[in-house]
Each structure stands twice: as C-alpha cells, then as structure tokens.
Design a protein around this ligand. Structure first.
Ligand code: SIN
Ligand code: FE2
Length: 200
C-alpha cells in the first residue's frame, strides 16, 4: 500500500458502529446535511455533507475552505463526540486533537472524484477516515494527478489512516455497493474524515 497508508478492517465492532450512528443522527439534527457545489461551475456534488468540530470543510462557487459556521444556518458546528475523538487518539499518533470531522453521506450512485486533501495548514497530522454502512470502492494513487492508482474496499467499521507520503495522495470513491450493510436503515454510506487544520 502507499507509504504511510494504513487500513484497519473492522476496527469498530457492530455495537460501536451503532453508537456512532446514533451520535451522528443527533449531530445532523443540529447541523443538517447540505449539498456542496463545485468551485466556479456550481455543479452540485453527489454526496451530501456536514461537519463537526471547531472548523468545517465547505465548498461552493467561491471555493474550498474551512469555516466555523454552518453555511445555511450560520451556527457553529456541533462538537466532535468523545467516541470519535477516542478513535483519533488511539490511531493517529498525533499529539493534538483534530479540529474538523467532515461527514460525507453517500446514497445511490453518489461518488467522489480523485482529489487531494490539501486545504489544511498541518500536514504532519494524518487524515483519519472512518467508514459506516455500505461498502465503498476507494481509489488511491500517488501525489501527482494522472499517476497509477489502485482500489481498496472500505466496509462498515473500517478505519483508514493517511499519513507520511500518503497524506497528500490522490484518492476518491468510485462507487458504493448498495445493500452490503444493514447498519443504516435507509442504506447508503457515511464517511467521517478527521483532520487537524491549523498548526498544532
Ligand atoms: C473524502 O475523501 O472526502 C471521502 C473519502 C471517503 O468517503 O471514504
Ligand atoms: Fe478526501
């Protein structure tokens, strides 16, 4: 696998996954999912998203950025629940807590094109990604666009860490395999992406 990329299949057992989903349902009531738009073109993303933590990642015609307030409500994002911080603390190897937890919700044919996570100031901290619900085909390559890529299945309860060289690798979601998990009543997939944004 890419240098610094680590996959922990089934790190979260079913009860822990269920507890996370119930935490997330409460959070999404306070910070509803929104449809991000591509910078300039305004094309809607196929995923819906929201955030937890002091800073949330948003995208609209003006560009990609982190901001402290929900774009529709103008209210602060809910705090990152302790169970999610515990996963970061157990696995990131980084001394400071994450400031952002992006929640991506995939339904139906939603996918995510290859991109780098590079809107942060602190690249010494890894990206920690948690998968819940239906299995996704994750694609990743190196740090330049157009290079060779490989794919990896991410299933409910899996945790993926991108650190070192892989911190800035191109990655995305080709598709989600409908009906592969019973975790979410309405089906689909939730991905949580934890990131340190400012210099620790
Ligand atoms: C992302 O890179 O923002 C999402 C990755 C995923 O859904 O696993
Ligand atoms: Fe990403």
């Amino acid at each position: 696998m890419n240098n610094g990329m680590k996959h922990y299949p089934g790190m979260l057992e079913r009860p822990a996954q269920e507890a996370l989903v119930s935490d997330l349902r409460q959070c999404v009531q306070k910070a509803p999912l929104f449809v991000p738009l591509m910078p300039r073109t305004g094309t809607p993303f196929s995923v819906r998203m929201t955030n937890l933590g002091g800073l949330g990642w948003v995208s609209d015609r003006a560009g990609y950025r982190y901001q402290a307030l929900h774009p529709d409500l103008g209210t602060p994002w809910p705090q990152i629940p302790p169970a999610i911080l515990d996963i970061w603390r157990a696995i990131s190897g980084f001394q400071a807590d994450p400031e952002a937890c992006l929640i991506n919700f995939y339904q139906g044919t939603a996918k995510m094109g290859l991109h780098q996570d590079k809107d942060e100031e602190e690249f010494a901290a890894p990206v920690v990604s948690i998968s819940l619900g239906d299995t996704a085909i994750f694609r990743f390559g190196g740090t330049s666009r157009g290079g060779k890529t490989q794919s990896l299945k991410l299933s409910s309860g899996d945790v993926l860490v991108m650190s070192g060289e892989s911190r800035l690798c191109f990655h995305g979601i080709d598709r989600v395999m409908t009906g592969t998990s019973t975790l979410l009543k309405e089906g689909g997939r939730i991905n949580l992406t934890l990131r340190r944004v400012t210099k620790a």
